[in-house]
Design a protein around this ligand. Structure first.
Ligand code: EPS
Length: 390
């Protein structure tokens, strides 16, 4: 199962195509729309989100609410397109009174993308490098989430820090899976603690006043996983590398840690590895989860816990110096309407990427033609794991 997207930030629409989806999977438009709404929310977002109300339209691969086994096309319209028909016209020329984008923003794809593609209008680059594209990813991953939910796997995320303000957690590897996704969604920053949410909001306010932007960290958690999904034998089977690549494909991601992550490098082995325990009812399990649910490139059956770092957004209201692509003179980078902080939204995008990788790995292990056969294979596997432990 894989996806591809097309679409510019201020073009008519974003499109995603998902293929490799088994037949007979129930799809809910409302569920996808609620994920799209979660991606649009979060304290620190800019004016654009007041224009958009993202809704998915499925134009192939689903019939009477169930997948047919054919590629699924999903479209999310850009309402803002109405305000950009002159600057983003498919044919014709840029009207003379409208300027090209010639002041590349440090930290965005503007400059290097323009050099690479031989253009002196950064808009050609920024329209696609814009994080708007992630709406299509969230829509696409709605299919993966339905599949995982059908097999008992839930994926959620929460914000762990914004700038220098951090959520206090004793041992997130033990406690994170117990957070209630509904409580997280009640916070303006998708953070499970009210006091931390307020402190983070205050930091965002200070950044906005200073013309600054802010990054942060968040964790993605997947529960209900079976052990042995992914693979140890080849580089491209390993879930660690697949999840890492998927998460690093999200704009602005600068770090990904599995389980204890960098902390594991500072501890002795006995304080890192998770003792193996036998549960007579369910099979093998672990006394702790420092590995964050992955060992040898495969799921252990413990919750998957990934911590992800997002850098601050490059568009600054007090801009850094840049060089004008026309005059070659030093000037301030372009100031665009933008977000001050999009960490809560980014966490929803990361859920989508994780869901897509996990769904793909499940299908690899349990077959991919139709949901009936897949569920029978899952049942059989569970049964074998249980029998082994008796
Ligand atoms: C973005 C700039 C802003 C963000 C946008 C990403 O858009 P605009 O330039 O239209 O104000 O709001 O994110 C989204 C539109 C979205 O839906 O996430 C950028 O430059 O990356």
């Amino acid at each position: 199962m894989r996806y591809m997207t097309a679409g510019e930030s201020h073009g008519p629409a974003l499109t995603a195509i998902v293929d490799g989806v088994p037949a007979g999977l129930k799809i809910s438009e409302d569920q996808i729309n609620s994920d799209l709404a979660r991606r649009q929310a979060g304290y620190g977002r800019g004016g654009r989100q007041r224009i958009e109300t993202d809704k998915v339209s499925i134009t192939s691969g689903v019939r009477f609410g169930r997948t047919m086994g054919s590629p699924i096309a999903l479209v999310v319209a850009n309402r803002d397109w109405q305000n950009w028909t002159d600057r983003m016209a498919v044919f014709g020329d840029l009207p003379n009174d409208l300027v090209r984008e010639v002041a590349p923003r440090p930290g965005h794809a503007d400059l290097v993308g323009s050099l690479k593609t031989d253009t002196n209008d950064c808009r050609n680059i920024l329209e696609r490098a814009s994080a708007r594209e992630t709406a299509a990813r969230v829509a696409a991953a709605g299919i993966a989430r339905e599949l995982l939910a059908d097999l008992g796997v839930e994926v959620f995320s929460y914000v762990a820090s914004i700038g220098s303000t951090t959520l206090e957690e004793d041992d997130p590897m033990l406690t994170a899976p117990d957070y209630k996704p509904l409580d997280i969604e009640l916070s303006d920053l998708r953070c499970p603690d009210e006091a931390a949410t307020e402190a983070m909001k205050a930091e965002i306010d200070r950044a906005r006043e200073a013309g600054e932007s802010l990054g942060g960290t968040f964790r993605v958690v997947a529960t209900g996983l079976l052990p042995g999904v992914g693979g140890y034998a080849t580089a491209d089977e390993r879930l660690t590398s697949r999840l890492g690549a998927a998460l690093f494909s999200i704009p602005a991601i600068k770090g990904v840690e599995f389980g204890l992550g960098f902390q594991a490098a500072q501890r002795v082995g006995s304080l890192v590895h998770d003792p193996i325990v036998l549960d007579r009812k369910t099979g093998f399990t672990r006394a702790s989860n420092n590995a964050g649910g992955l060992e040898g490139g495969m799921t252990t059956g413990m919750p998957l816990i990934v911590t992800v770092a997002m850098k601050p957004i490059p568009t600054l209201m007090t801009p850094l110096p840049t060089v004008n692509l026309d005059t070659l003179e030093v000037e301030e980078a372009s100031r665009e309407r933008s977000d001050v902080c999009a960490v809560p939204a980014c966490a929803v995008v990361a859920e989508a990427e994780v869901a897509m990788v996990l769904a793909d790995a499940y299908l690899e292990k349990f077959g991919h033609d139709n949901m009936g056969d897949i569920k029978a294979a899952v049942k059989n596997y569970r049964q074998r794991l249980r029998t082994m432990s008796r």
